[in-house]
Design a protein around this ligand. Structure first.
Ligand SMILES: [Zn+2]
Length: 148
């Protein structure tokens, strides 16, 4: 069955059997897992980190950003979860999926390079190339150089 709403459930470990319409969130493992809302039964895993997904919980509903693209499943579902609601997005073509994957890899590589070398004297160079949310993360890391 298609799910149009996902309610959050905070867990320590992701259960083996998942219910439809639930977004399981393990703060310990910084991961969220849910059954694909198209009803295909595949589980979509979204690691929560500055280089992957950002999760927002307002006390009742959750939002995940960026969109979830289940390119590895036959359904190839693509959607945004905002305030618990599933907003369906267009399916991507194979070329778009490949470009998106390349961009994700590049973003992750620059993020991890940035994190490994937070005290570079000319850090402005790499920060210019990072997307906005990573720049914020980079600033946060640089302003707390002792918190490692
Ligand atoms: Zn699906």
């Amino acid at each position: 069955m298609t799910a149009s709403h996902l309610r959050p459930q905070f867990v320590e470990l992701i259960p083996a059997q998942l219910a439809e319409g639930v977004l399981y969130i393990s703060t310990q493992y910084k991961t969220a897992v849910h059954l694909c809302p198209c009803g295909c039964g595949n589980r979509s895993v979204t690691p929560i980190s500055p280089a992957q997904w950002a999760l927002k919980w307002d006390g009742a509903e959750v939002s995940l950003w960026p969109s979830v693209g289940n390119w590895g499943f036959p359904c190839k579902s693509h959607y945004v979860i905002r305030d618990g609601r599933v907003h369906w997005a267009s399916r991507w073509t194979e070329a778009q999926i490949e470009r998106g994957a390349q961009r994700d890899r590049a973003d992750r590589q620059s993020y991890y390079r940035a994190v490994r070398r937070p005290a570079e004297p000319d850090a402005s160079g790499w920060r210019r190339h990072l997307p906005g949310f990573l720049r914020t993360a980079a600033r946060a890391i640089r302003s707390h150089p002792d918190d490692s």
